[in-house]
Design a protein around this ligand. Sequence first.
Ligand SMILES: *Cc1c(COP(=O)(O)O)cnc(C)c1O
Length: 372
Amino acid sequence: MIVLEVFTIFNTHERVRSNLHNIHPYQPGISEDQLRKEFGLAHLIKLNSNENALGPSPLALEAIARELPKLHLYPDGGSDLLREAIARHHALRMEEVFAGNGSDDIIKLISETFLEEGDEVVVPFPSFSQYGFGAEVMKANIRSVPLRSDFSYDVQALLAAITNKTKLLYLCTPNNPTGTVLKYSEFTWLMERVPKDVFVIVDLAYDNYATDPERFFVTKDALIYPNVCYLHTFSKLYGLAGLRVGYALGNEQVWSYVHRVREPFNVNRVAQRGAQAALEDVEHVRRSVALAQRSREQYATLENYGLRVIPSEANFTLVEVGNGIQAFEQLKQKGILVRAGYPGLESFVRVTFGLDEENEVCIEALCEFGRA
Ligand SMILES: *Cc1c(COP(=O)(O)O)cnc(C)c1O
């Protein structure tokens, strides 16, 4: 009886932080576990989460297997060996590398490090939803700056959105979900004008897939700007989305504060070893990049059927199908899973590149929307 009474008088809605009322849990693409539940073991073509169709890096798998007997031991809290390896990979110092439980973790930690109630965060739109999420959790205000109609960056508009309350500016290149890139000249134009006390986060999750010679890319003197960091992930190119490892390159003073808000063991033991091995897996990287390039050409053929395909520099592409959600449902009936329903992109589906034969099946199914 007493227990029941306690439950009835505990009003969760009233007691939680008020800004949580407007935050909804992130809706990822349907997971493999959910798929099994919903469809049984029928063959499915999963093109909804930008995962690597080739699977995980084989070198990572070997390193993970070797590490399993040590699972009773805590990992190295500072991920030192992994950070050293990443530093070598980018010709930087280990203090300039921060490792996280996926780049999602790092985005949240950067938000917790910098943001107070009422601060402002400038984000491109449409782009990766985690940037806004990190801001909302901290009661900061989001200023969304639309991309141009061809989904290129509008750097003048980004600059104009910055006020004296702006703490963070996000850039994502190639941008998810559009696949379009920020140009090198646009980045430098912006950095010459952005106030020096605004921290700029450049998300390079799909960087290795990009080939546009005009795109922004990280050079040797990447860290000349003390107020910029670059986010990378092992989830896409290295095929380790299930492992959860991401990293950021930037000013070590910034990381000295971000370390204060992270969990003591935020990157687990197998993740540290697997990611380190994946960095060395040149062959897997080469095959992954080659697959994305072939896939781009495959999807471009949809233009012949009157469908608009947004030229993508990533491992996915937007295809204009009329009604995105309807197309999503129709494709799902055929066992093809894509992503739809992005605000501002109602007429599109986002298709992750699959294996050659998976792309063929998907492209054939998409042709229907061209003729209709
Ligand atoms: C997938 C993705 C990431 C990676 O997130 P993880 O948490 O490392 O899996 C980061 N940024 C963008 C834009 C992405 O699409």
